[in-house]
Design a protein around this ligand. Structure first.
Ligand code: HEC
Length: 279
């Protein structure tokens, strides 16, 4: 993909967004934006940029990292089993999280990548977990995530709850989703369990229903225009814990995977649209 074109489109689109948040002087005074119009502008802008999602740059970098021998053992990730057999990337993320026999755990894409980096390449799991977003090996994970999720684009979301551990994880996720606490007594459900809810310009999907779950789950990981970087699902969740005024979750902790499991299963049958493009 053409890099310059992508950045050009991003800049042009920023101008449009600016236009919709601060109405231009030529506008008639009566033309104060009705609440629907900002959403329309964002939809238009997404359409414009659809052929040049900057996530493509992460995808390309991720493919290189996937194939390159690295780490203390100097091997690539090409034998990493994301659930469909060693090295199979196509369709893998459409079926994650899932149960893995070798770890005896339900894993999401990121925790599985950490497993591969530890087992195949010899990296230290704790170092990766503690690194922080966009730091050290985590930066590589983020790029590889973009590469992997792009390989399920357009496929139906198909996450299993057949295995007892998968069922257990879904139930834990559901519990967590409705668990209220913190200074505001918020749960995920406070912001994500009603139809037509929005905060500022953001439509908040009702994640408890299939259609809303597909909108939420199916478009993440995504390139986030407002922060100018690519966010994995772990990062999306981390930020929502913050919005909930909860303590920061530990990267790839069971609770974050359980929440993903809950959202993914609710989204079953919807389409994978990753990498998405978000405000
Ligand atoms: C105080 C309100 C609030 C709470 C509580 C909250 N979120 Fe969010 N959530 C948001 C907002 C606002 C956005 C959109 C953010 C953005 O794009 O800047 C969002 C976005 C999301 C998205 C992406 C939706 C989309 O269409 O892009 C998911 C998935 C999500 N939240 C899950 C969760 C989960 C799981 C929890 C509980 C751990 C949670 N949220 C708690 C406000 C909240």
């Amino acid at each position: 993909m053409n890099k310059h074109l992508a950045y050009g489109v991003v800049i042009a689109s920023f101008a449009i967004l600016q236009g919709c948040t601060s109405p231009s002087k030529n506008e008639a005074p009566s033309a104060t934006a009705p609440s629907g119009s900002a959403t329309d502008e964002i939809a238009k802008y997404r359409e414009m940029i659809a052929d040049g999602n900057p996530a493509d740059l992460y995808d390309a970098a991720g493919e290189e990292i996937w194939k390159k021998p690295m780490g203390p053992k100097n091997v690539s990730l090409q034998k990493c089993d994301l659930g469909k057999g060693p090295g199979v990337v196509k369709g893998a993320s459409a079926e994650l999280p899932r149960y893995f026999k070798d770890t005896n755990k339900v894993q999401d894409l990121e925790s599985r990548l950490v497993t591969c980096m530890v087992k195949l390449q010899g990296y230290d799991a704790n170092e990766i977990i503690k690194a922080g977003f966009e730091k050290g090996k985590r930066k590589d994970i983020e790029a590889v995530v973009a590469y992997v999720v792009a390989n399920s684009k357009g496929m139906p979301i198909k996450v299993s709850v057949k295995h007892p551990k998968e069922k257990e994880m879904y139930e834990l996720g559901k519990k967590s989703f409705f668990f209220q606490g913190g200074p505001m007594d918020f749960s995920c459900a406070s912001c994500h369990a009603e139809d037509n809810k929005r905060i500022r310009l953001q439509d908040l999907p009702n994640i408890t229903k299939p259609q809303g779950a597909a909108l939420g789950w199916g478009y993440w990981p995504a390139y986030r225009v407002s922060s100018g970087n690519f966010w994995t699902m772990q990062r999306r969740l981390n930020d929502c814990y913050r919005q909930q005024r909860f303590p920061e979750p530990i990267y790839i902790s069971d609770n974050t995977i359980a929440l993903s499991m809950y959202m993914a299963v609710n989204a079953n049958g919807g389409l994978v649209n990753t990498p998405g493009l978000k405000r």
